[in-house]
Design a protein around this ligand. Structure first.
Ligand code: ATR
Length: 267
């Protein structure tokens, strides 16, 4: 680090367990980019965004609970992020702050690396912020989406906004779609023995993706693997959404393997 080091960071609360600093710092050093990335525990997002301007921070990642509220403080918001209604990436171009959302793009990249989504049915479990981003992402890739959620009203609302179908979780006997994505927190440590859908709902040959990355092999993924499904873990989406940020900020190609290794090393 010296007087020309570019500063980046993540704004969230809590951020103490974020894997983004390790992922981005390892990427910066792998390509020889003079940048550093820190975790900022942010309580007041408006003041923090002014801090980007005041200090000349080059870019930030935004996470829970600020992904929606940050929008009010930016100068511009990319079309896809506006549609999703949430920003997880900010770039500072000569004092003009523009917001993007790389979650949907990350999910699509993780998925299309393993399978085709165009004109295929995708079931998304959950109807929160992650489901929104993933839903808009896969729909823009030409997938047909069905939202499955525990709370009916929330699921119906998201399905309506996406132009997708909706089924309550309690109604699902067998999932009649080749691709299933879990966006709920079910199965996340310390509840790693939980699974968001019953085993009998899965079928051999399906592609099962989990956005939970802690543990890397969730019970859902272990079950799916044992049944002969293709599986995609949460690290893939985390790394690909981070790669989009890296490329936006530096204009360089993201060192995907380095980023993956850094994240797996932490888990
Ligand atoms: P995120 O922003 O990460 O998507 P969120 O907005 O809190 O988080 O959404 C969490 C999603 O996981 C919701 O769809 C939630 O279902 P409800 O709408 O019924 O609350 C789902 N979820 C969380 N815990 C769950 C559980 N134990 N069983 C089923 N669904 C669960």
């Amino acid at each position: 680090m010296n007087s020309t080091t570019s500063l980046y960071g993540i704004f969230g609360n809590p951020v103490g367990h974020s894997l983004s600093p390790v992922m981005h710092n390892s990427a910066f050093s792998a390509v020889g980019y003079n940048g550093t990335y820190l975790a900022f525990k942010v309580i007041d997002i408006g003041t923090a965004v002014n801090g980007i301007r005041a200090l000349g921070i080059k870019g930030v990642s935004v996470t829970i609970p600020h992904k929606v509220s940050v929008i009010d403080f930016l100068d511009d918001v990319d079309e896809q992020a506006r549609r999703i209604g949430a920003v997880n990436t900010v770039i500072n171009r000569d004092g003009v702050l523009k917001g993007y959302n790389s979650d949907g793009l990350g999910a699509v990249k993780a998925l299309t690396e393993k399978t085709v989504v165009r004109d295929r049915d995708v079931v998304i479990l959950g109807a929160g912020g992650s489901a929104r981003a993933v839903g808009f992402g896969v729909i823009s890739e030409g997938a047909r989406v069905t939202i499955v959620n525990r709370t009916v009203e929330k699921g119906e609302r998201l399905a309506r906004e996406l132009g997708a179908e909706f089924h309550p979780l309690s109604d699902i006997k067998k999932i009649d779609a080749p691709i299933l994505i879990n966006t709920t927190s079910v199965g996340m440590s310390p509840h790693a023995n939980e699974i968001p859908v019953k085993e009998e709902m899965l079928d051999m040959g399906m592609v099962i993706m989990d956005i939970v990355y802690n543990p890397v092999k969730t019970r859902l993924l272990k079950t799916a693997e044992a049944m002969g499904c293709e599986t995609i873990d949460g690290v893939a989406m985390l790394v690909y959404q981070g790669a989009f940020q890296f490329e936006l900020w530096t204009g360089m190609k993201a060192p995907i393997d380095v980023m993956k290794k850094a994240v797996y090393g932490e888990l």
